[in-house]
Design a binder for this molecule. Structure first.
Ligand SMILES: [Zn+2]
Length: 316
């Protein structure tokens, strides 16, 4: 088995690069993730990636910095592209009705307590919709449709960071390609994808399942390969427990909307809601919603709709 790693520049300031891999099992070659847009292929070509040897592009998840470069490669080299079915469905439903999705996200943000003068602008800058709107639509297939000869990898579904996030495990090896499920330096963003799904609950289950596998070396979606996967999982879980305690104490002095909770949470580098751009505000409110939903399902909080706005309160 041989792994080539490429750090592809992306237009996201906080991340700067996405990691793209060429995995050669001895019999076949796979490209893992694809960067953010058309410039990724040019970068990879000029850095020596042999696209002609690739049998399949496999995507860890639906986010634009992993999926966005696949179209140009598919067009030029005719390589099939595979992703988990839950992410494929999300991508297709957003692509097929972008204006419906934006309308929905504005209504939903209003229910979450985002002030009226901001719902329009924040809805337009919804991180998933805004990016998928600009991206070149690629023909996505589900992993189940891969030819049976390409059976050297195990596809391990780890919902949380996105509904269809998937880790790739080359058989008979100690390595795992984690996408953004586990990153070494930053805590992966956990948000919401519809009105019901509890992404944090799914994420914590996925982390525990990953831990039980006891793999040694992670090849993440951003940054360099690293060891000590289980220690990193413990850190991520305690970060979320910390967040839950923080939100619990924010709710102690009375009911609040998800937006109000997000404005009172502590964000990295001392940022406040006022100093964030619209995309970052979406991420912050999304994190608050994911934690509040989890707390509600766990019985730590409850919520009620009052005049179309959802208020959360502590029940501890
Ligand atoms: Zn991601």
């Amino acid at each position: 088995m041989n792994i080539e790693t490429y750090y592809v520049p992306i237009r996201i300031r906080a991340l700067k690069f996405a990691s793209v891999y060429r995995l050669n099992t001895g019999n076949h070659s796979y490209m893992i993730d694809s960067g953010m847009d058309r410039t990724a292929m040019e970068f990879l070509e000029s850095n020596g990636l042999d696209f002609k040897s690739i049998n399949a592009i496999i995507l860890t998840h639906m986010h634009i910095d992993h999926i966005g470069g696949a179209k140009s490669v598919q067009e030029k080299y005719g390589i099939p592209v595979y992703i988990n079915s839950r992410d494929r469905e999300k991508v297709l439903s957003i692509q097929n009705d972008i204006s419906g999705f934006l309308r929905y996200s504005k209504t939903f943000l209003a229910e979450m307590g985002v002030p009226g003068n901001m719902t329009e602008a924040m809805g337009e800058n919804h991180p998933i919709a805004a990016e998928l709107n600009n991206y070149e639509h690629v023909d996505l297939e589900v992993f189940e449709k891969m030819p049976s000869t390409l059976n050297e990898i195990e596809y391990f579904h780890v919902p949380g960071h996105s509904p269809g996030s998937t880790c790739f495990l080359p058989k008979n090896s100690g390595v795992i390609f984690t996408g953004d499920h586990i990153l070494q330096r930053i805590t992966p963003n956990i948000s919401y994808y519809d009105e019901k799904e509890d992404m944090l609950m799914e994420y914590i289950e996925s982390l525990n399942k990953t831990k039980a596998m006891g793999k040694e070396k992670a090849f993440p979606g951003h940054g360099e390969p690293f060891e000590g996967i289980n220690e990193r999982i413990d850190q991520i879980i305690s970060h979320h427990n910390e967040r839950i305690r923080e939100i619990g104490s924010i709710l102690e002095d009375g009911k609040k909307t998800a937006y109000e909770v997000a404005t009172k949470m502590h964000w990295s580098r001392g940022r406040t809601m006022d100093s964030m751009n619209l995309m970052e505000r979406n991420f912050a409110v999304g994190e608050a919603i994911a934690h509040l939903r989890y707390m509600e399902n766990k019985g730590y909080a409850e919520s009620h709709l009052i005049g179309g706005i959802r208020y959360y309160r502590s029940v501890l």
